[in-house]
Design a binder for this molecule. Structure first.
Ligand SMILES: [Zn+2]
Length: 417
């Protein structure tokens, strides 16, 4: 689930709970369900900024949402947003994640903030960011982003994810190698996997059958209507990838056997099996092969197709951008686990005029009295009952912690803001 933006910012990104609804401006990076959770609430307030594709996908799913709540913003477009605390600019950039997905760059009195939403940070999509934020040939960028809210989904994984293009070619090649498979079941039911289906359809000159009951049917009808077939005798079928993939594959195998047909082919293009899932030791060896499809012990062929950045890509992006602070938008993965963050963001103490205080709505005027407290032990400060204001308490505690604990503490108060 995406995290709430700090209290001191006037906007929410991808969150739709009661505290987000109190924000004055709402931004939606893309239409995946975990980013739209709660958006159908009757208390939804406007405006909601997103791309036209995201809006259409969302309205397909929630037809009752009022169209007039949306403000369109497309890749490369900048908008000026009025706000009583000071206007700001927002620019959308391709996130290389799924159709309609964008990253938002916010620039205002709060500083410069890049919110990546979910993203696959390829060199191409980073090069589209304003030049002043990009370092060149090992040099620092002209301007440092104050904050990057970063999709760290695979921040802990060492898997070197192949590019989306390479993974798509692996799917095609796997199908070529099985000319006798009477049916090809493609577990590509996620928004963001349409390119694979389009390529398969184009390469083999065949449309793809999709059961209307499969949830992604409406999305595909909107995004790639030309490749859809209503004829179940088609060789290519879209297969629900989750849950019960193996159970349903067993049923199809039994069906083919009963009809004396050759064994069908199952292809699952997903990074989950490579990065997260527990499998047998045999499969563990197979998962190290990333340049071609590999067959697991059940018989399903896997291709490492990812719409999220690898750890290597995240490190590379941060080296290029050199932001002052990084916040993971995926709560199970902490940005502080990334080498860039360890080496660059954890080393300095937080100055009293740092923008961070404003974002967290901690009153910096109380800083002078907290400085005296900073010489006390953290235990004493943390239990100091004379600290009347919660803000004061936060600042005192923060001043007394060492740098690493400071970062962890910030993460905690941030996520609860
Ligand atoms: Zn997503």
């Amino acid at each position: 689930m995406p995290i709430e933006m700090p209290k001191g910012l006037p906007m929410s990104v991808d969150t739709w709970g009661s505290s987000s609804n109190r924000k004055r401006h709402h931004f939606l990076t893309h239409a995946h369900k975990d980013h739209t959770f709660g958006i159908s609430s009757p208390h939804l307030s406007s405006p909601i900024y997103c791309t036209k594709i995201t809006q259409n996908l969302l309205l397909h799913q929630f037809p009752r949402i009022d169209r007039s709540l949306f403000v369109g913003i497309e890749v490369g477009e900048s908008l000026a947003v009025d706000d009583p605390d000071g206007g700001f600019a927002v620019t959308a950039f391709d996130a290389n994640h799924c159709p309609g997905a964008v990253m938002f760059l916010f620039e205002g009195t709060f500083g410069s903030i890049l919110h990546t939403g979910d993203c696959r940070l390829s060199p191409e999509c980073l090069q589209n960011l304003p030049e002043k934020y990009l370092g060149k040939k090992g040099r620092e960028p002209k301007c440092s982003l104050d904050f990057v809210f970063l999709d760290c989904t695979f921040g802990k994984s060492s898997v070197k994810l192949p590019s989306k293009y390479s993974a798509t070619r692996q799917v095609i090649s796997c199908i070529w190698k099985h000319p006798n498979a009477s049916k090809v079941y493609l577990a590509c039911d996620l928004l963001g996997q349409e390119d694979i289906l389009v390529e398969v359809s184009k390469t083999f000159g065949s449309k793809i059958y999709i059961d209307k009951n499969i949830e992604c049917y409406n999305n595909l009808k909107l995004l790639a209507p030309d490749i859809l077939s209503e004829d179940p005798s088609s060789r290519f079928h879209l297969f629900d990838g989750f849950p019960r993939l193996y159970e349903r594959a067993s049923e199809k195998l039994a069906e083919a056997k009963a009809n004396l047909q050759p064994q069908p082919l199952f292809v699952r293009p997903s990074a989950q099996w490579y990065a997260c899932e527990e499998t047998s030791d045999d499969d563990l060896q197979l998962r190290k092969r990333l340049n071609e499809a590999v067959q697991d012990s059940f018989g399903v062929w896997h291709v490492c197709y990812s719409t999220h950045s690898s750890r290597e890509e995240l490190e590379w992006a941060l080296q290029l951008l050199q932001p002052k602070r990084v916040v993971s938008t995926t709560p199970t993965c902490r940005a502080m686990e990334l080498s860039y963050v360890k080496n660059h963001c954890l080393k300095s103490q937080i100055a009293s005029d740092d923008r961070l205080w404003k974002l967290l709505q901690i009153d910096v005027e109380l800083e002078s009295s907290s400085e005296a407290a900073s010489t006390n032990s953290s235990e004493k400060v943390a239990t100091d009952e004379t600290a009347a204001s919660p803000r004061m308490e936060n600042l005192q505690l923060l001043s007394s912690l060492n740098q690493c604990s400071q970062r962890i503490y910030l993460q905690i108060i941030w996520s609860h803001s």
